[in-house]
Design a protein around this ligand. Structure first.
Ligand SMILES: O=P(O)(O)OP(=O)(O)OP(=O)(O)OC[C@H]1O[C@@H](n2cnc3c(O)ncnc32)[C@H](O)[C@@H]1O
Length: 216
């Protein structure tokens, strides 16, 4: 990776959630170690989508809307938005599914057939350079436990479903669902950090991604 000759960088994250702000700051510190004056702050933003986005399209739109909502006040800064989402677990291809005896429609407790699906968790990260050039990347995804999926399908946000199932408070501001399930090996912050770093790749390789040179 070739890093830009950057020493000073102002970054605004479209959220007040410390998990998101810290994930972006950690990704920048690793991706651009030459930046000695790094200012990362959070800003109020509006996603313009449901509090719990469902599917890639709505989740990515939420991240883009958050970024657009802070854009007018933050000229000259690098902008980053993260939106957490859930969606149906991708079905295995025909043929393979039978070989693995996979049961895609295993009902979650007594959920109606239309809701008999397992959900996965993921997030989208969108970055915009001061020039206006944008980049986006998705986190990895993981299957939610059936008990959590069921509550989300009933209308709860993932954070609230997680709190109810695991007996926690504001888990979305702590280690998150991924932190609980991995026993702290991957926290919500480190989970977002990887995707943030991937979304920042154009900034680290501006000679390969026109429009991302923020060193001048
Ligand atoms: O302050 P903002 O930026 O809105 O932060 P948020 O955590 O509410 O942000 P999202 O809109 O990105 O997340 C949508 C919902 O999913 C929840 N969520 C997403 N990932 C989570 C995780 O790993 N653990 C717990 N809750 C999570 C989150 O708490 C929200 O209820």
């Amino acid at each position: 990776m070739v890093t830009a000759q950057l020493h000073q960088l102002s970054v605004v994250v479209a959220s007040r959630n410390a998990v998101k702000i810290n994930a972006v700051a950690a990704a920048l510190q690793r991706a651009l170690p030459g930046v000695t004056q790094l200012a990362v702050s959070g800003a109020d933003s509006r996603s313009g989508v449901a509090d719990q986005p469902f599917g890639d399209a709505e989740t990515l739109r939420g991240a883009c809307n958050r970024l657009l909502s802070i854009q007018p006040q933050q000229q000259g800064s690098l902008l980053v938005a993260i939106e957490g989402g859930v969606g149906p677990v991708a079905p295995l291809p025909q043929g393979v599914a039978e070989l693995l005896a996979w049961q895609p429609r295993t009902p979650i407790n007594d959920a109606p057939a239309s809701q008999a699906q397992q959900l996965e968790c993921f997030a989208w990260v969108v970055v915009q350079a001061p020039s206006g050039a944008t980049s986006h990347a998705r986190t990895a995804s993981f299957t939610l436990p059936a008990a959590v999926s069921q509550l989300v399908l009933q209308g709860l946000e993932l954070g609230d479903a997680d709190d109810a199932v695991f007996g926690r408070v504001k888990s979305g501001h702590g280690s998150g669902t991924v932190g609980k399930l991995t026993g702290g090996l991957i926290t919500r912050q480190s989970y977002y950090e990887h995707a943030a770093l991937l979304a920042l790749l154009p900034l680290c390789n501006p000679h390969l991604y026109p429009g991302f040179d923020v060193s001048s």
